[in-house]
Design a protein around this ligand. Structure first.
Ligand code: ATP
Ligand code: MG
Length: 244
């Protein structure tokens, strides 16, 4: 379980997360929606212990991310993929995927490579195992990035706008992989501007507005009520997104 309780994060005078409470249980697929600047990426960074909290607490399977001794254990539970494919440019796809399992988990290299090939096959890239990132398309790089996160066998997969730098065709190929993962029971926390896709794969939708969690609802209820008539901000967001 990822437990986020009363989290406050400020940058100077700017309160970016303002008392956020959220729980992600194993098996859930939760999408975070919200306008640009609402705090979505900051929340993901806080779960990874990349930002110091100004209030509240976050724990992953009981490991507090603000406790330096527990942070490594918390991070071990989470695989993260960001918008910009941050693969190591001097390593092949296969080497990018096997690096952490071999170095951190001490998986024997042969076994790590076998598992990496299975992951690459699952995303349709087995024949590109020995390609360097510069030789791959954006969509292919992002699929390798997803394999790299999965190679650590994380309990939770955190995805921050993994398709926003991709053209529509590449977006579709990456979303297809994510839909497959969601369908196979991978726990996912998914930041996205792909509203229709979020609706399709999520069990719950969370809506952030200026650092506040305005809604946390089962997907069908979120969309049925446009977040509820009491939430004009959400209705406004959804109608703007559907026009863009
Ligand atoms: N390192 C930083 N220093 C100062 N301000 C920051 C920093 N990181 C983020 N912010 C500010 O925090 C707010 C939330 O940013 P964040 O990146 O979490 O938004 P977001 O919801 O992910 O937006 P987008 O949809 O554009 O990715 C913004 O106002 C941003 O300018
Ligand atoms: Mg962001």
């Amino acid at each position: 379980m990822i437990q986020i309780e009363g989290v406050v994060k400020r940058f100077g005078a700017n309160t970016v997360l303002d008392g956020v409470d959220l729980r992600i249980a194993p098996g859930e697929v939760v999408s975070i929606l919200g306008a640009s600047g609402s705090g979505k990426s900051t929340l993901i960074r806080c779960i990874n212990g990349l930002e110091k909290l100004d209030g509240g607490a976050i724990s992953v399977d009981g490991h507090r991310v603000d406790d330096p001794r527990a942070l490594q254990l918390a991070r071990r539970c989470c695989g993260t993929v960001f918008q910009l494919f941050n693969l190591y440019p001097h390593m092949t796809a296969l080497q990018n995927i096997t690096l952490a399992p071999v170095e951190v988990l001490k998986v024997p290299r042969r076994q790590a490579e076998e598992e990496a090939r299975e992951l690459l096959a699952a995303v349709g890239l087995l024949e590109r195992a020995d390609a360097y990132p510069a030789q791959l398309s954006g969509g292919q790089r992002q699929r390798v990035g997803i394999c790299r996160a999965l190679a650590m066998k994380p309990r939770y997969l955190l995805l921050d706008e993994v398709t926003s730098a991709l053209d529509p065709e590449m977006t579709a190929e990456v979303l297809a992989i994510l839909a497959k993962l969601a369908g196979s029971g991978t726990t996912m926390l998914f930041v996205t501007h792909e509203i229709e896709f979020a609706r399709h794969i999520s069990s719950r939708i969370v809506f952030l507005d200026q650092g506040r969690l305005l809604a946390d609802l089962p997907t069908s209820r979120f969309f049925a009520a446009h977040g509820g008539l009491a939430q004009p901000r959400i209705a406004q967001f959804l109608s703007k997104m559907s026009k863009s």
